[in-house]
Design a protein around this ligand. Structure first.
Ligand code: 4G1
Length: 237
């Protein structure tokens, strides 16, 4: 069959809603993501929630009802931003990065890559007004159990993990498959030159040129490390 190739690929689109869009620039301008954006594979749009305030002081937060410390992100600027950009109601997943979400895993990254377009909402302070969660957010995702100052780093982790699953983002089409999570095991140990550094030698088998032996050694190392460090990866799914 001839001439039946696409003229262009539809990029993976991200709309990021944050009070700190500048935090993303350096990360997105790094080698792989930069190249993928330039190649039209990724379309990352940053939106400053503060631009969607309508009061004189551009207020994005307020004190919590019921008292207690800290501040809460007001609902109006968040609804105005997300609905202004994506329409009401949005047709793509609106994902809040929050410690209360389901844990982000490679499985979740694959699911999101399949969506083609996602919105990422980054909390600050104590978090967002619960009406945002109830009536705007469609999905809540957590990077893990630790305390952060905001959802921006988790959002960048999601963009990174999802983007490398978009065909063409990694040069080698096998590279995305080749990582530990695709195989369900941790990685085997890696070595590069020199063959001896401070008296520490690269394992002989890796220098032998015997590819069957090398493959066997790597599989054993990966299995042993997974058994010792992450037995949960072996018994779950
Ligand atoms: C209670 C961690 C609060 C944090 C319990 C992972 C953490 C977003 C994430 C917090 C955040 C625990 C994440 C906490 C996150 C509002 C703004 C929430 C920052 C905020 C375990 C602060 N994955 N944390 N609260 O860190 O947004 O996505």
């Amino acid at each position: 069959m001839t001439g039946n190739y696409p003229l262009y690929n539809i990029p993976m689109r991200y709309d990021v809603f944050t009070l700190f869009p500048e935090m993303f620039s350096a990360y997105l301008d790094e080698s792989i993501l930069k190249r993928a954006r330039q190649a039209g594979l990724l379309d990352v749009r940053l939106h400053n929630i503060r631009d969607y305030t309508s009061d004189r002081h551009h207020t994005t937060d307020d004190v919590p009802y019921g008292g207690g410390g800290g501040m809460v992100m007001k609902p109006e600027p968040i609804f105005a931003a997300v609905e202004g950009v994506l329409g009401a109601p949005p047709t793509c997943p609106v994902i809040l990065l929050t410690p209360q979400g389901r844990t982000f895993t490679q499985r979740v990254a694959e699911e999101l890559a399949g969506q083609g377009q996602i919105a990422l909402l980054c909390g600050r302070y104590e978090g967002v007004d619960e009406r945002v969660v109830q009536y705007l957010v469609t999905d809540e995702i957590s990077l893990g159990d630790f305390v952060l100052t905001g959802g921006e780093v988790p959002a960048m982790a999601v963009i990174d993990a999802v983007s490398r699953l978009v065909p063409g983002v990694l040069g080698d089409p096998e590279a995305a498959q080749n990582d530990s999570h695709a195989s369900g095991l941790l990685e085997y140990p890696h070595f590069t030159r020199p063959p001896e550094f401070r008296g520490w030698e690269v394992p002989e088998v890796l220098r032998s040129g015997n590819h069957a032996e090398i493959e066997k050694w790597r599989r054993e190392q990966a299995e042993q490390r997974t058994r010792e460090r992450r037995p949960d990866m072996l018994d779950g799914e």
